[in-house]
Write a protein that binds this ligand. Structure first.
Ligand code: IPE
Ligand code: IPE
Ligand code: MG
Length: 254
């Protein structure tokens, strides 16, 4: 038997890092201990993605809806982020990672906003993987702010115009969308950009998501056939380099 033809590696991986609270609960620890472990898991995941040649990693760290959590948890998450933004930059630089914060910054403290600007500036010249940390992000917020920008500019509302006004305009759409923690939902992440992402759900809680778990997700992705609306027969007749799976993008309808 011949091996199935594998798709290429995902260029852009997006992750809903869910399950920190349950990880802590199982160990009779406060939820914030789970979030701390979540930062460790993210550090490990960034390194693993760099080592595997992933071009873009986009992670969901705090949603527009997470403000509805108990005040103590929200402030714990803010403190954790404030510390991570400064402490992680040196290692990101070493790994050649370009950091971007994605989301509505207006509700964040001026100190946090300044820390974002400074961390982004100090990794801006890196040429390796792009790391997008989505914080106070929601897919609906993103579509609304993009639509507002396009409307303000007086341009007609087209897919391309919206695409360019969205907060992830600096990267191509995600190829692989991973959610840890066992829930089978999107929870307002990348509503527009995930239109053709391959979805992968795992019961593993985010602090447990290790290199082997990432490799498993990538292997499942590579075994999928990405058709982007076409038929399998059409894909088979395309030269490999031009197939949607190889380019990672839907063929534009003209
Ligand atoms: C994800 O883990 C992290 C954030 C939403 C900030 P959770 O805190 O949602 O963990 P669970 O889902 O309660 O286990
Ligand atoms: C999604 O997880 C947001 C992040 C991982 C940052 P949630 O735990 O907030 O999602 P729901 O509430 O279970 O849908
Ligand atoms: Mg959760």
């Amino acid at each position: 038997m011949t091996d199935p033809v594998l798709s290429s590696m995902p260029h852009h991986v997006a992750i809903v890092m869910d399950g920190n609270g349950r990880w802590a609960g199982k160990r009779f620890l406060p939820r914030i201990a789970g979030h701390k472990q979540g930062v460790t898991a993210l550090r490990r995941c960034v390194k693993a993605c760099v080592a595997r040649g992933i071009g873009v990693l986009t992670v969901f760290a705090f949603s527009s809806e997470n403000w509805n959590r108990p005040t103590e948890e929200v402030s714990g998450l803010m403190d954790l982020l404030a510390r991570a933004v400064t402490s992680e930059v040196a290692e990101l630089k070493q790994n050649g990672v370009r950091l971007h914060f994605v989301g509505d910054r207006q509700r964040l403290s001026p100190t946090m906003q300044a820390a974002f600007v400074s961390a982004e500036a100090s990794t801006a010249l890196n040429t390796g993987m792009v790391l997008n940390v989505c914080f106070n992000y929601g897919g609906r917020w993103d579509i609304v702010q993009a639509a507002q920008k396009v409307a303000d500019s007086g341009q007609p509302i087209t897919e391309l115009a919206l695409d360019r006004a969205l907060s992830l305009a600096h990267v191509p759409d995600p190829d692989l969308f991973i959610r840890t923690g066992g829930e089978l939902r999107i929870s307002n992440f990348l509503l527009w950009q995930a239109a053709y992402a391959e979805l992968y759900f795992t019961d593993k809680l985010w602090p447990e998501f290790d290199d082997a778990a990432l490799d498993e997700a990538i292997a499942v992705f590579r075994a999928r056939e990405r058709r982007f609306g076409q038929t399998s027969a059409q894909l088979a007749s395309l030269p490999a380099a031009h197939s949607p799976a190889a380019t990672g993008q839907p063929m534009k309808v003209v």
